[in-house]
Ligand binder design. Structure first.
Ligand code: BES
Ligand code: MN
Ligand code: ZN
Length: 491
């Protein structure tokens, strides 16, 4: 599929389907749209009346134009109120348009949406992202595709001539999101700590990134007892991945992205029940977003140094498994009583955070499918955000707003740390059920000493059971676009 930004007027455009974005107030046709309607022998007006189109967000309709028309089909898409128009509205409208055009077997599509105040580049980028992400289908594990219809070959972005660089950016970012989706969607017999390290290896050569993989012995030398405790029962070797993007000149700032990388979380001896365990291939969603961001950033080449870190392993069961009650020592010397082996993500992150903290960077973000409690608190669409640093939290608010990925800032309520008090160790790894995502964040905080830090719990939005905007059912690649915006942002 090829995107072509162009200043061709919609009256002149020819192709399979022309999509017009309409505001709530603009469903009464004015000026140029009246002319277009005449050209389409009244089909546009008829369609609006027939489906009682109101222009609300999420609404769309399509109609066939008479057989001699140079435009075969007309699509209308609602954009809501003009004063409320956001990049995310355009992204979702573009996604709905592309899905409709694909279903109706259109090979060429013209998009005519109004450009946002933020500018034509941001508008073109959002539209291209929405289309690429909506049309992506993961067929790797099917012997035959379900859908044998023709692919959309060309998308013309009308009124957006000269935005080629923004389209390229959209493609680089979408490729990162799609990598994250593919890693999350792949089952645990396909994505393992070994293949995660291999993926990092091929990314490093694709984008010219530095890469260090720490093996079990290397982690032992660094005293990563928490991470290695989790890895004990797996037959697969743990892999600690550290990839670095360095800009050509002096970096404007230096940051780390740390992702939870459990390629499978059985729960360990506190084994998970049916109705939960079979989804635990998604438990490397943080690491997947980290690698996805590395792919995007490796191509975007910003003037920021970025460290991509993940302590990757499985949480399994065997005679070698850690026992509930075991005491582990993390690489900062703190001792942890593992009162629940299913709270393993924070153990792996503890050593990854200590490692990142020692790099002496300007900021660290970790993202993790950390707790079911966060899903209970915020539902499937919203990730939790914790940070003791208002400045970094504000950077993430901006980055996520632009990305259209939702985060809600949650409290680091220090008093709740009492719930992690242990008799014989510095802390337990699991607190009481109430506020479970907050005690998890407080636990992580024990392993960051000096660096401004933000923690993102993405257990909800890493996956969607139903199609939602530009996300099809399945892995979403959540986090990649926010991370990229954050790295590219003012800081
Ligand atoms: N990987 C899970 C969290 C999770 C749940 C991710 C649902 C995605 C979807 C995590 O390791 C876990 O098991 N958390 C426990 C913590 C508890 C034992 C304190 C949980 O949330 O139940
Ligand atoms: Mn777990
Ligand atoms: Zn887990």
């Amino acid at each position: 599929m090829e995107f072509q930004p162009t200043d061709t007027a919609r009256l002149e455009w020819t192709g399979d389907a022309l999509a017009i974005g309409l505001f709530e107030e603009a469903v009464e046709l004015t000026d140029e749209l009246v002319k277009l309607d005449e050209k389409l022998a009244g089909t546009l007006k008829e369609l609006i009346d027939e489906v009682e189109f109101k222009g609300t967000t999420g609404s769309s309709a399509i109609a066939r134009v008479g057989s001699h028309s140079q435009i075969r089909k007309i699509i209308i898409v609602g954009l809501g109120k003009p004063e409320e128009l956001k990049l995310e509205t355009l992204r979702r409208a573009a996604a709905a348009t592309a899905r409709l055009a694909k279903k109706e077997k259109c090979k060429t599509l013209g998009i005519s949406f109004p450009a946002l105040q933020d500018g034509r580049d941001a508008t073109a980028q959002a539209i291209a992202e929405g289309i690429e992400l909506a049309l992506y289908q993961d067929l790797r594990f099917k012997s035959e595709p379900d859908d044998k219809g023709p692919a959309i070959e060309r998308v013309d972005l009308l009124g957006l001539g000269g935005t080629e660089a923004a389209i390229t950016r959209a493609h680089q970012i979408s490729a990162g999101v799609i990598l994250a989706r593919e890693l999350v969607a792949a089952p645990a017999n396909s994505v393992t700590p070994i293949t995660m390290a291999e993926t990092a290896q091929s990314l490093a050569s694709e984008c010219g990134l530095a890469l260090e993989i720490l093996e079990r012995e290397d982690c032992e030398k660094l005293g990563m007892g928490a991470f290695l405790g989790v890895a004990l029962a797996s037959d697969l070797p743990p892999k600690f991945i550290h990839m670095i993007y360095k800009p050509e000149g002096t970096p404007r700032r230096k940051v780390a992205i740390v992702g939870k990388g459990l390629t499978f979380d059985s729960g360990g001896l506190n084994i998970k029940a049916a109705g939960g365990i079979e989804m635990m291939k998604v438990d490397m969603g943080g690491a997947a977003a980290t690698l996805g961001a590395a792919k995007a950033i490796g191509h975007l080449k910003p003037d920021v140094e970025v460290h991509f870190i993940s302590a990757v392993t499985e949480n399994m069961i065997s005679g070698k498994a850690m026992h509930p009650g075991d005491i582990l020592t993390a690489s900062n010397g703190k001792t942890i009583e593992v009162n629940n082996t299913d709270a393993e993500g924070r153990l792996t992150l503890a050593d990854a955070l200590v490692y990142a903290d020692k790099l002496g960077l300007d900021a660290i973000v970790d993202l993790a499918t950390l707790t079911g409690a966060c899903i209970i608190a915020l539902g499937d669409d919203i990730a939790g955000l914790w940070s003791p640093d208002d400045n970094v939290a504000a950077q993430f608010a901006t980055a996520s707003e632009l990305a259209g990925e939702k985060f809600w800032r949650m409290p680091l309520e220090e008093k709740y740390f009492e719930g992690l008090k242990a008799l014989h160790a510095d802390m337990k790894n699991t607190g009481p059920r109430p506020g479970g995502s907050i005690t998890a964040a407080l636990f992580l905080k024990q392993f960051v000493k000096d660096t401004p830090w933000v923690h993102l719990d993405i257990a909800g939005p890493v996956w969607t059971d139903k199609e939602n905007g530009y996300n099809s059912a399945g892995a979403t690649g959540f986090g990649v676009r926010t991370l990229v915006n954050w790295v590219l942002g003012d800081g």
